[in-house]
Design a protein around this ligand. Sequence first.
Ligand SMILES: [Zn+2]
Ligand SMILES: [Zn+2]
Length: 284
Amino acid sequence: MFDCHVHPDYSPDATGSIEEYCRRAMEIGLSGICFTTHYEPDPERSGIEWVMVRGRRQPVSSDWPVQYLGDIARARVDFPNLRILAGVEVGYEPGVDDIVGKLLGSHRFDYVLGAIHCLDHVAISSRREVEQMRELVVSKGARWAANRYFDCLEVAGSCGLFDCIAHLDIYRKYLLPCWQGTAGAQEFSEVADERTGLALTRLAEHGVGIEVNSSAIRRGQAEPYPSLAILSRARSAGVALFTIGSDSHSPDELGCGLAVVQARVRRLGAEPAVFVDREPQVPV
Ligand SMILES: [Zn+2]
Ligand SMILES: [Zn+2]
């Protein structure tokens, strides 16, 4: 199996070097690994987002990809029996397109994942910012939050920057629970249900794939991101590409739950794809 969502210690919230991950991948018998370190380019968050290089904080706008891609190139030499790909997980907010375009024009990545990690510059996927997120979204209401999320998702899916969308229903993690046990939860789900269809059509139209992310399973949820219901709708809407990833933030999480998400993709009648030099392939 190929794990296509892996955070080495270039991501500030992850531990484990590229080499340590590769060793672990060999131990557990993965055929390949695609590193997808975080890239959070929103200028409004430049004071709180950074990249780690050799244990030191560097600005997101620094030349960290040179070291990152260099480490990956070295790992390919050191681990000749493992396929090792270089990806990046971009935290997308409308307006960052030029910054992301510049990164992708200057460095060669195999795989570019687009992720909605923030609404109005506040993180919705980080425990650290849960209180700030609640303050923002509860006052504006569940309908506003759901619509805002899907506005971002639709733009991310049609902006032409991304190969796949990561954890498409990540709002299940911290955002939707803001209204747990209240009418807001129902309101949020109604909007989400309504807007999922159009978002999936956008992805299909632009040839963008969907990542099936096993991290929710690792955290005790029954469904990966996205749910089986969304995956089935994606297939019907014409989405043709699906990748699988553990979203591991330490080597011991590598490959966790991959068998479950691989089975989900196969239930759709598809095989998990990998991206090499931005082109989808199905590994043999
Ligand atoms: Zn993510
Ligand atoms: Zn991730």
